[in-house]
Design a binder for this molecule. Sequence first.
Ligand SMILES: [Mn+2]
Length: 670
Amino acid sequence: MPKFLQQRWHGYYTVWAFLLMLLLVIIVTRYNWPLGIISLILVAALCYLLLKAEMRYRKNLLEYINGLSFRVKRVEGEAISALPFGIVLYGEDKTIEWNNRYVCKIFGQKTLVGDSLQELFPSLTPMLNEKKEGHKDGHRDGAKDGKQIHTEIKIGESYFHLMLNPEERLIYLYDITDMVVLREKYEAEKLAIGIIMMDNLDEAAQGMDDQQRTSLIARVTTEITEWAKHYGVYLRRLSSDRYLMMLNYQSLQELEKSRFLILDEVREMTAELKVPMTLSIGLGFGAESINELGELAQSSLDMALGRGGDQAAVKAGQRLSFYGGKSNAVEKRTRVRARVIAHALRDLMQESDKVIIMGHKMPDMDVIGASIGVLKAAQMYNVEAYVVLPGRNPSIDRMMDQVQKDEKLFERFISPEQALALLSPHSLLVIVDTHKASMTMEPKLVQNASRIVVVDHHRRGEEFINDAVLVYMEPYASSASELVTELLQYIHEKIQLTPMEATMLLAGITVDTKHFALHTGSRTFEAAGFLRRSGADTIQIQRMLKEDLQEYLAKSEIIKHAKMVYDHIALAVTEPGTVIPQLLIAQAADTLLNMTEVVASFVISERPDGLISISARSLGRMNVQVVMERLGGGGHLTNAAVQLKGTVEEAEQKLLEVLSQIEEKEGLFE
Ligand SMILES: [Mn+2]
């Protein structure tokens, strides 16, 4: 019996009362002894009765408490085994030692004792092993909250919240099926907004009369409407070539699973009608507000268009995925955009105190050619202009030798440090041949510049210079030099290129098109024609492109290791330890494309900086950009690359895995 019960409030007072009574009896005895004896007997009797009552009380209390704790114990056992959540105790060897009835019900077995924990909860295995290591470190002082493992598991059709206390080797299972079902329903019903755009309606419908145009739009619309109905998408026309899509997440997932078949359907259907037309789709999901969702959809559409159209871009929170994009960008026949951009660029240049031109790291002839073109444009308006060039590399060495002969031109080339010093708040930074800040020669210039212009022909990647004031990105174009050549024709009516400038621009086009073999559209030839008229020297370009015997031998060494995979893909992996400059790796991939049957080529080798480089090239029937993006790289539909850490064998392994994934899901070739 607890002490406080033994010392109940009247305990000591009773003793004092008896002592007082005894004192009174003594006093009474002194005056009248017979009365004293009687009162003594009475006091003794009272004391005896009181003691007896006290004893009886204690006995009853004890009996009562014993009975109560017995009942509590009995109910406790009953309750734990009948609790509406599962309890499992397991031993050191990870087998189950005890479980309550509820757990049996979950698994539909009579008892689980003796079963292995790993078998019952396979998803728990890694966490259990992790904890084991924690044990060795000597954290044995009780289960702190941080040490408990919380996870969600699915058993049969039900979902459970699993709480594991490794110190006590105890698992609790709460049924959260209702919550999960509700959550899934909520997720599935979340809104996604999208925009569909017919990429080239104006071009395709050129030369058609109203009736033909209307019937073309009607056919495409029918196709899109049926597709939308099938996937539960609400569709509304915004303008003659744009539609608004509203759908829930579940439909979005199904669309992504189908890999946006509508893109292929429309492309094939219109190709049959001899008016090749493609769609671009931008979808946004997972934003906080509907406004943001609309913005996401628009920026996804911009991405899809920026990458050449004929594809769908889905932005779901942080995730960005692309689907389709199997055809090469369609060349636009109108040059309206070139003129508009040229005029905007002219105005920007005239408002600036300086123009600083910068290309991508490891500049190639396209960068130098385009830079010299932009330089010329600035000079036409007497604006001070400079080209950033941190140093030379083998691919521009012979070109720069030529530039050096022209002193006035050569003094315009400055180092990134000089450029940073020259940059003022009124300067204009023109970035050519790339649209990624991290890829530029000096990213600090991008950070510091207040006004940026981007002129690029690469498909738009996720990283993008967002605050550029003017963006001229045309993935159909062969090269930045081609785009700059077009701009030059509109930027000043009396433009007169020197033969040197024309040669440099033409060299840029020649290199990026592999002598007018790849990505060459009618506008490429038009640009080349303009440059040739301005005195471009093709023999000199040939001299700049001449190869070094040692380089040729190194390239042959790579090509010697080539083998064919998936019938049409040439894959060359150099021997481990062979170090080859990036430029040669890329050139070897180019060369492999010349072989019969080859549709795409991949070259894997170690670079001088220790990284493993994969260069990928394609003739257009396969999208190597997607392959490289999955490995963390990027580029173009026909020209992409990635740098990896590790060994060449590992890189080859990773590449083959990605190829087999793509082959399984959507097929490698168009
Ligand atoms: Mn280029």
